[in-house]
Design a protein around this ligand. Structure first.
Ligand SMILES: Cc1ncc(COP(=O)(O)O)c(C=O)c1O
Length: 478
């Protein structure tokens, strides 16, 4: 950062900028544990600010246990406060690497993948894909020679607008729709546009682990709110909104990942009102509302929101066509223009071919009929998993939709050893702590029933339960 750069920053805010600067460098691993930090005098000169401004930033970092002081010597990086293991190991990569725990788990090959909340590719109507692809080339012979617009193909945005208006009572125009390459990109764009370091972000506890990593990377102050089988405690939500004035609330209210819980309809209206009252944007991540085993879930928050405070993200990756990586974001035009600008900085639009194939495939009668079969297949797999785990003494609430069981293991579970031994025996699962913004929940795990067929589920779960027994009782006998 160059000298005098903060001249145009309001004096009250300058110390925050210095604070962010120091924190970011520690986070990236450029300044290492126990390393001496630049002196107050040096930083004040570099930023062109008063020494007291830098002093204030250091004091806050000290309070937060990110730096420590040695008498008459200066400030030093507190060990273990921020650095990811990757950053500690590789100083060159460290400046660019941010923590992403779930992807690390997915990178490990395993014969029994209980960690993947993805659809088994065998459950998709694969035989018919080539028909759609051929159709698309017949209809749009120049499709490979053309970019999409950054906001997304107009024909697709219009079709989605009609679909969401009819099916979910959305009040929507195609200008309020953005196509992204998966909802992961959408979360990232939203975070980049809306979250500045130390902004408060309200977030489900537990939640979709990569969202934690994205908001953390932005330097957000995460404010966890517990989600249970009956949704939220609304008095708690209101208290947190009042106290922290969060910029946004990231939530996944329908068959939540990892818990499978659904926020009931009556809470949705009230939450939309609270969001409007406290000017807190609701980021509604909704990757699997079609995967229900009994009743259809309630309408999305977006349908209840009359104040324009909701950004709705719908992935079509999870069960329509993971290989196409298509998701939709819906929000009001003021916000949309920022998201489109942010997307234009990372790509020139999601590939047009993917958008056109998705358009013809998703809105076909065959796909819509296929959803019915998919629900049945996944309900059976869930039942198989529950049956296999019935004798274990583990606890869970049977989900009414989605891809996962969220399981509480006994307090005495040696989680680290369970992870390592399972991995050695080619079994993967998601430890609950990575879904927790507080990194606690150490005796919870997420097991997905969506990726393996029934036979693999049975075999893998028997082995997994066997490993657990052996670690906890010394016997592998079921
Ligand atoms: C809650 C949630 N959000 C986002 C994603 C990412 O979806 P996509 O594959 O569209 O990037 C997932 C995928 O597991 C998810 O469960």
């Amino acid at each position: 950062m160059k000298s005098g750069l903060l001249k145009n920053v309001h004096p009250e805010k300058r110390f925050e900028q210095v604070y962010d600067y120091i924190l970011e460098r520690i986070r990236r691993g450029e300044w290492k544990e126990h390393e001496k930090l630049p002196s107050i005098r040096m930083l004040a000169a570099e930023f062109g600010v008063h020494r007291l401004t830098v002093f204030k930033a250091y004091q806050l970092l000290k309070q937060e246990n990110k730096v420590y002081v040695r008498d008459k010597s200066g400030y030093y990086v507190q060990p273990g406060s921020l650095l990811s293991p990757a950053a500690q190991q590789d100083p060159i990569v460290s400046a660019y690497v941010h923590e992403s725990h779930l992807s690390e788990i997915h990178q490990v090959e395993a014969a029994y993948q209980f960690s993947k909340a993805l659809l088994d590719p065998n459950l998709l109507p694969n035989r018919y894909f080539s028909e759609y692809v051929k159709n698309v080339f017949d209809l749009y012979p120049k499709v490979l020679g053309t970019y999409s617009t950054t906001q997304g193909d107009l024909e697709l945005r219009e079709a989605l607008t009609r679909y969401f208006t009819k099916r979910y009572r959305f009040d929507l125009t195609h200008d309020e729709v953005l196509i992204t390459s998966g909802s992961q990109e959408a979360i990232d764009l939203i975070a980049r546009v809306l979250v500045r370091p130390r902004d408060s972000v309200l977030i489900d506890r537990p939640t979709y682990s990569p969202a934690i990593d994205v908001f953390r990377r932005q330097g957000a102050h995460l404010v966890p709110i517990g989600i249970g089988p009956d949704g939220y405690r609304l008095d708690q939500v209101e208290e947190l909104m009042k106290k922290h004035k969060p910029r946004l609330f990231y939530l996944n209210p329908t068959f939540q990942n990892p818990t499978g819980y659904t926020v009931p309809a009556e809470q949705r209206k009230r939450l939309a009102d609270l969001a409007a009252e406290y000017r807190c944007l609701l980021i509604e991540d909704d990757p699997c509302p079609d995967i229900y085993f009994g009743h259809e879930p309630p309408l999305p928050f977006f349908a209840y929101d009359t104040a324009g405070m909701t950004i709705y993200i719908r992935s079509f990756s999870k069960y329509v066509a993971p290989g196409l990586s298509i998701a939709m974001v819906a929000c009001r035009p003021g916000l949309m223009s920022y998201l489109v600008k942010a997307k234009s900085l990372s790509d020139s639009g999601t590939p047009l071919l993917n958008q056109k194939i998705f358009l013809h495939y998703f809105f076909s009668e065959r796909m819509q009929r296929h959803l019915e079969k998919l629900r049945t297949a996944l309900a059976i797999r869930k039942d198989v998993m529950e049956e296999e785990l019935a004798g274990t003494g583990w606890e869970w609430k049977s989900p009414e939709g989605g891809f996962n069981l969220w399981i509480k293991l006994p307090e005495s579970t040696p989680m680290e050893r369970l992870l390592v031994t399972s991995r050695e025996q080619s079994i993967s699962f998601v430890p609950g702590s990575i879904c927790d913004p507080l990194r606690e929940l150490k005796t919870w795990i997420r097991l997905s029933y969506s990726f393996l067929n029934e036979q693999q589920l049975r075999e893998g779960l028997r082995r997994f339960a066997g490993i657990y027994r052996e670690l906890t009782t010394g016997s592998n006998e079921g």
